[in-house]
Design a binder for this molecule. Structure first.
Ligand code: HEC
Ligand code: HEC
Ligand code: HEC
Ligand code: HEC
Ligand code: HEC
Ligand code: HEC
Ligand code: HEC
Ligand code: HEC
Ligand code: HEC
Ligand code: HEC
Ligand code: HEC
Length: 438
């Protein structure tokens, strides 16, 4: 039985081999080309920095520049350097005419190692339905050489049925944009990923080739919130939002603004980073609002000081409600449903805000504040000088109730709940609470 299979393989190989006239044996790498290149070209085209980045010492690297080789040493157009070696053109042309073969072999066609050749071993394998057992017969069960004494591991370190032998990192640009590695996480969003080469539905079904194209079967993130579809041209998946990108149409299909508006039509504000400051969690199946799930603090300030600290004098003004209408919820009216600037001293807060105390009508002109708290002063919001005793009112005020000579230690005599015996203001319910405490 095995014998019959082997003969079949030998026949496949011989049948397709190019005719070899008996009188003039065909030129191959091993019979001629290698030594020509070695003698005439390798002085410059070998080593760690070969001229023109072209190394002629191995078959694979030599045929990699087959497109330029003969023209470069054509005496009619060659430069001085290559004119000197143009005698190599004749034997090399013979090799080209014979299809850049590797060697004359009783078993394999000359093109067995040339990826551009119809007889290349990758194609040979496909033509025998990837029946690796055929090759193992001579190359060894472990593909390390066997009776043929020719190891596949020389070039395929992990063995020929390892995933990357056929799926080299990123098959094409489309795949490179979608999958970092050959793994179930990476490929599994769009395909059923085989554990082993021989798994049913991968390449073979009961030994019969599974015809192209590859099956696209979505799972995971692709299926969130919808039943995804692939029509052979376009995808409709969660990841692309409202878009239905064309698989082979390139980068433009995933430009900013294709999957969702920038911002989406529900939004009033377009500085994404104010509300979506995390860029590391994009397209993960969740809408991230704020730095974390800390509610208001996710967008405003730090855990113990929720104001936007990088902004003006917020650090020393933690009571938001003195200047702003504080939303109960993120989506409350007046909060993020209008663009910047933020509203300051809206009339809704008049009853509860210190800025409106004792009938004051505070105002904000975009730079300075005019509020009850600062008395006659109108400090700048971005002021760098610290506010001191005396910034908001005289110490003491220059009026009939006070003697301008009184030191700070005098104040507590009349303003008991507001300052201590040394004149230090008492914050809780005393100083700056909307009432003159006597
Ligand atoms: C004395 C040094 C020298 C020898 C010998 C030499 N080359 Fe080159 N070759 C160069 C240099 C330098 C370059 C890179 C500059 C250039 O492209 O002309 C080059 C480039 C090439 C290229 C690359 C052209 C491309 O566009 O990438 C080919 C093909 C080539 N040589 C063929 C040959 C062949 C065939 C031989 C032997 C028959 C040979 N050379 C011998 C120096 C040499
Ligand atoms: C009848 C035995 C036999 C079978 C079956 C066989 N080979 Fe080979 N193969 C050899 C021998 C012997 C060599 C060594 C060079 C030569 O004689 O061609 C070789 C060489 C090769 C080479 C070149 C290795 C090198 O170092 O350049 C490749 C590639 C190759 N075989 C692939 C395959 C593949 C793929 C299969 C299965 C589809 C296969 N062979 C089946 C005997 C066999
Ligand atoms: C001298 C190096 C070399 C040896 C030895 C070699 N291969 Fe390869 N093989 C290659 C190259 C080069 C490719 C193609 C890579 C590419 O297309 O980029 C390839 C591709 C393949 C592929 C992938 C085909 C596809 O559809 O993409 C398979 C399978 C394979 N080889 C099997 C074997 C087997 C089995 C042996 C041993 C019998 C073997 N190779 C020996 C160099 C080698
Ligand atoms: C010998 C070559 C070869 C090897 C080795 C190989 N594959 Fe494949 N693979 C193919 C071919 C050919 C197709 C296209 C099949 C089709 O058209 O249905 C494919 C398709 C796929 C697909 C697309 C879905 C499908 O089944 O059509 C995935 C995913 C995949 N392979 C993953 C793997 C993984 C993972 C491994 C390693 C366990 C692996 N392949 C090993 C040749 C190979
Ligand atoms: C974002 C979805 C997506 C991911 C992720 C993905 N593929 Fe594909 N793959 C496709 C689509 C779409 C096709 C085209 C199928 C067709 O032509 O009908 C395809 C085709 C293929 C083919 C057939 C060859 C070809 O070029 O048409 C292979 C093999 C394949 N994929 C393997 C893989 C492997 C291996 C991975 C993981 C590294 C992977 N795919 C990850 C969507 C994906
Ligand atoms: C003022 C705060 C804010 C700003 C600024 C903001 N977003 Fe949003 N975004 C939200 C909130 C809150 C949600 C959640 C709404 C929901 O649950 O439906 C959201 C949801 C989203 C969603 C998913 C829901 C949808 O409507 O599609 C996307 C996509 C999005 N934002 C993108 C953006 C982009 C892009 C920008 C900048 C151009 C931006 N956002 C600026 C607050 C904001
Ligand atoms: C491939 C489709 C796609 C593209 C292209 C895309 N997005 Fe998104 N984006 C999404 C999806 C899907 C969501 C829904 C939330 C999620 O799953 O992370 C989202 C959510 C967002 C959000 C809300 C916060 C979050 O991550 O949840 C912001 C902000 C955002 N995208 C900004 C951008 C910006 C800026 C660009 C352009 C650089 C862009 N997006 C391009 C698909 C895309
Ligand atoms: C003393 C008055 C005052 C207090 C108290 C105050 N803010 Fe403000 N806030 C302002 C002023 C003034 C602006 C600037 C408005 C402008 O740009 O026109 C502002 C702006 C803002 C902005 C917009 C920032 C930007 O990036 O442009 C946010 C958000 C904000 N405040 C939140 C808060 C929060 C949260 C608190 C409570 C922790 C708070 N504020 C306390 C006066 C105050
Ligand atoms: C998604 C990010 C985000 C979250 C979460 C958030 N805010 Fe805001 N907040 C903003 C932005 C952006 C502004 C500036 C809005 C504007 O221009 O009117 C703002 C403005 C404010 C203001 C200034 C007044 C105004 O409405 O303009 C206050 C006060 C405030 N937020 C308090 C809160 C409170 C309290 C919570 C929790 C219930 C909260 N924020 C949650 C983004 C957020
Ligand atoms: C002998 C009693 C007395 C002493 C001592 C005193 N005050 Fe007063 N202070 C008053 C009275 C009475 C009022 C109310 C006057 C009014 O409403 O016109 C007042 C009001 C004030 C006000 C409010 C002014 C306004 O219109 O809002 C300030 C500020 C103030 N005092 C600061 C001080 C300071 C600072 C000191 C110490 C250096 C001090 N006082 C010492 C009796 C005193
Ligand atoms: C940010 C503006 C501001 C600063 C700075 C300030 N005050 Fe006042 N102070 C006020 C206001 C407004 C009142 C009116 C009464 C009230 O609302 O508590 C007041 C009232 C007073 C009173 C009268 C008792 C009372 O609170 O009713 C005393 C005494 C006083 N301040 C002492 C001081 C001293 C001492 C300093 C410096 C350590 C100081 N203040 C700094 C705004 C300020």
């Amino acid at each position: 039985m095995k014998q019959a299979v082997l003969i079949a393989l030998a026949l496949v190989a011989c049948e397709k081999a190019r005719p070899r006239p008996e009188a003039e044996p065909c030129s191959t790498w091993e019979s001629e080309a290698r030594s020509v290149l070695e003698q005439r070209c390798s002085t410059c085209h070998s080593g760690t920095a070969p001229a023109g980045s072209w190394d002629v010492t191995t078959y694979q690297s030599a045929i990699a520049r087959a497109d330029a080789m003969l023209a470069k040493i054509d005496p009619a157009i060659a430069d001085e350097i290559h004119l000197a070696v143009s005698d190599a053109r004749e034997p090399l042309s013979r090799w080209f005419e014979c299809g850049l073969g590797l060697r004359d072999s009783l078993i394999h066609a000359r093109g067995i190692q040339n990826p551009a050749d119809p007889e290349f071993h990758g194609r040979l394998l496909r033509s025998v339905n990837y029946d690796f057992a055929l090759c193992a017969r001579c190359h060894g069960e472990d593909f390390r050489g066997g009776a043929a004494d020719a190891s596949c591991m020389k070039c395929h370190e992990q063995g020929p049925t390892e995933c990357s032998t056929c799926h080299r990192t990123g098959i094409d640009a489309e795949h490179r944009a979608h999958a970092e590695s050959i793994s179930s996480e990476s490929c599994g969003r769009c395909h059923i990923v085989p554990r082993n080469f021989g798994d049913a539905g991968h390449v073979l079904n009961d030994g019969v080739l599974d015809p192209f194209p590859a099956e696209v079967t979505f799972s995971g993130l692709a299926t969130q919130d919808r039943s995804p579809s692939w029509d052979g041209d376009r995808c409709s998946v969660y990841c692309h939002g409202v878009a239905e990108p064309v698989w082979r149409a390139g980068q433009g299909e995933a430009a900013c603004g294709t999957c969702h508006g920038t911002p989406p039509p529900t939004h009033a504000i377009d500085r994404c980073e104010s509300c979506h400051p995390r860029s590391d969690v994009h397209i993960d199946g969740r809408i991230q609002i704020g730095r974390s799930d800390e509610g208001c603090r996710g967008c405003h300030g730090e855990p113990d000081l929720p104001a936007p600290l990088d902004h003006g004098a917020h650090r020393s003004h933690p009571a938001c409600g003195d200047c702003h209408l504080v939303p109960e919820q993120i989506e409350s009216a007046g909060h993020i449903d209008s663009d910047l600037p933020a509203e300051v001293f809206p009339i809704e807060i008049a009853k509860t805000s210190l800025a409106f105390a004792r009938g004051f009508e505070p105002s904000w002109d975009g730079e300075t504040c005019n509020s009850y708290c600062h008395g006659d002063a109108t400090p700048r919001w971005d002021a760098v000088d610290p506010i001191a005793c005396g910034s908001c009112h005289g110490v003491p005020p220059a009026d009939a109730s006070h003697d301008s000579e009184w030191p700070l230690t005098e104040c507590a005599r009349c303003h008991t709940g507001a300052v201590d015996a040394y004149g230090n203001p008492i914050a809780e319910g005393g100083h700056l609470d909307g009432n003159v405490d006597l």
